[in-house]
Structure formats: C-alpha cells, structure tokens
Design a protein around this ligand. Sequence first.
Ligand SMILES: Cc1cc2nc3c(=O)[nH]c(=O)nc-3n(C[C@H](O)[C@H](O)[C@H](O)COP(=O)(O)OP(=O)(O)OC[C@H]3O[C@@H](n4cnc5c(N)ncnc54)[C@H](O)[C@@H]3O)c2cc1C
Length: 239
Amino acid sequence: MALQPWLIGKVNRIENETNDTRRFWIEVPELTSFDFIPGQFVTLDLPIHEKPNKRLRSYSIASWPDGSNIFELVIVLDSGGTGTPYLFNEVKVGTEMSFRGPQGVFTLKESLDEDLILVCTGTGIAPFRSMIHYIKNNNIPHKNIYLIFGCRTKASLLYYQEMSDLQKEIPGFYYIPTLSREQWNGNAGYVHTVYELLCIGNKPAKFYLCGWKGMIDEARTRIADMGYDKKAVNFEIYG
Ligand SMILES: Cc1cc2nc3c(=O)[nH]c(=O)nc-3n(C[C@H](O)[C@H](O)[C@H](O)COP(=O)(O)OP(=O)(O)OC[C@H]3O[C@@H](n4cnc5c(N)ncnc54)[C@H](O)[C@@H]3O)c2cc1C
C-alpha cells in the first residue's frame, strides 16, 4: 500500500484527564471530514530530533468517526521520554503538527457474532472507546462486550463516568474497571484474573488487547493456556 501523505493537524482543545494523562483534540483544516476505522492510530512527526525516523510517535484515535475533521488522542506523560514531554510542555491550542494516518488493522471484524473481551491498561483504552461509541451510534448488532480496564488507583481511571454511563445505555456492554494498587467498591487486582473468570468454560469469544508489552505478552500466554486459538486474539502493543 502506498504511504499516506502527511497532513497538518492543528490542536483545537487540550484537557487534563488525570494528573499525568491529557486529551488532545486535533483538527485537520485541509479536510472536511477525517475518516477512519475505530481502532486505528495516527503517527505524529514531532520536532524533537533532527533525524526524521526519531521524531515519529504513534497514538490511537480515542474518538469515533463522526463526519467531522476533528479527532481526539489521549496521551500519558512519560517524563523519561522525548515526545510526550514535548506534547505536554510545548504544545498549546493552535500548535500545528504534521501527522500521517489513519493507520493500522487493530479493528473490529465485520460481524460481531461472538462475545468481545476488550482488555487494556491506561491509555490503551483509546481504541476501545472509539469502537464502543461506534457500535452504539450505528446500532451494530453484537453479543456481550466486556471492557476490562486496568490502572493503579481511582485517580488514574480514564473516561470513568463516560464508560459507566455507556454501560447503562448499551445492552450487553459491561465495563469492568480494575485497580491494582487501591481497594475500592469495584474490582481489585490485575486485568488477567477478570477475563480468566469470565471465560471459564471457554465460551466463544474474540479478545482485543491494547497497552504496554508486559500486559499483552502475559495476556496472550494466559489466553493460549486457557485453550483459545491464536486467531481469537488481536493486539496493539504501545511499546
Ligand atoms: C500503534 C501505537 C499506538 C499508541 N497509542 C498510544 C496512545 O493512544 N496513548 C499513549 O499515551 N501512547 C500511545 N502509544 C505509545 C507512544 O507511541 C509513545 O511510545 C509514548 O507516548 C512514549 O513516547 P515518548 O516519546 O514520550 O517516549 P520515548 O522517547 O519514545 O521513550 C520511551 C521510554 O524509553 C526510554 N528510553 C528512550 N531512549 C532510551 C535509550 N536510548 N536507552 C534507554 N531507555 C531509553 C525513555 O526513558 C522512556 O521511558 C502508542 C504506540 C503505538 C505503537
């Protein structure tokens, strides 16, 4: 496939989501509509290095296709990194950035005829937020959808109220936030125990995993140990 052209994105709005996570809305003035498939990502070319290949950082699109030319990213600050300190400290409303996209194949299959087990940690929720809104807005027939979201504490829950509301609005959608470092009235521990319990008896399911490598490697091993075929597992590794 030919490489996509670089586009200019203009930051349109910025909001803190947690103390180290920020939402960025990016407008693409040269397009009337920025079209993508939920689950895809964009690649930003950030002015952080003279070598082009050291300037590229990819981010899943956290919003859903709505016919507009604005999309949202949700980004966690890695203070030891180069790109996110630039995004958090230098980028303001009105900043222009070169980007390429949409890219990637971490997308839903055409027919959702099995339960979906969506497993993520931190900003790995981004593609799932896009998919869930898309399913709701387009009344896409589906079986049960479980969103298992892991983070450390209540203060680091992303889109908590929104996901809780969606659970009430979408029949068969179950939001299971899981905290690893704080006891609360919800699930505690790691995401892995949650899907292992849900999938006792190996009911037919498709797994989608998104986040950092450690979580994904462990989930892939555990899901295979449960007897699921590799083909039932899709994943997007953030690094
Ligand atoms: C498809 C895809 C989608 C993604 N979506 C998202 C998303 O939606 N939200 C999100 O927050 N992230 C996402 N990411 C991750 C994102 O692309 C970046 O990797 C992340 O933001 C960190 O970038 P950075 O430039 O701040 O860190 P980097 O500069 O890339 O550094 C990363 C880490 O490596 C360490 N490091 C760097 N260089 C060295 C070195 N030479 N030796 C030792 N250690 C080193 C740094 O200390 C740092 O901790 C996604 C990644 C991919 C591939």
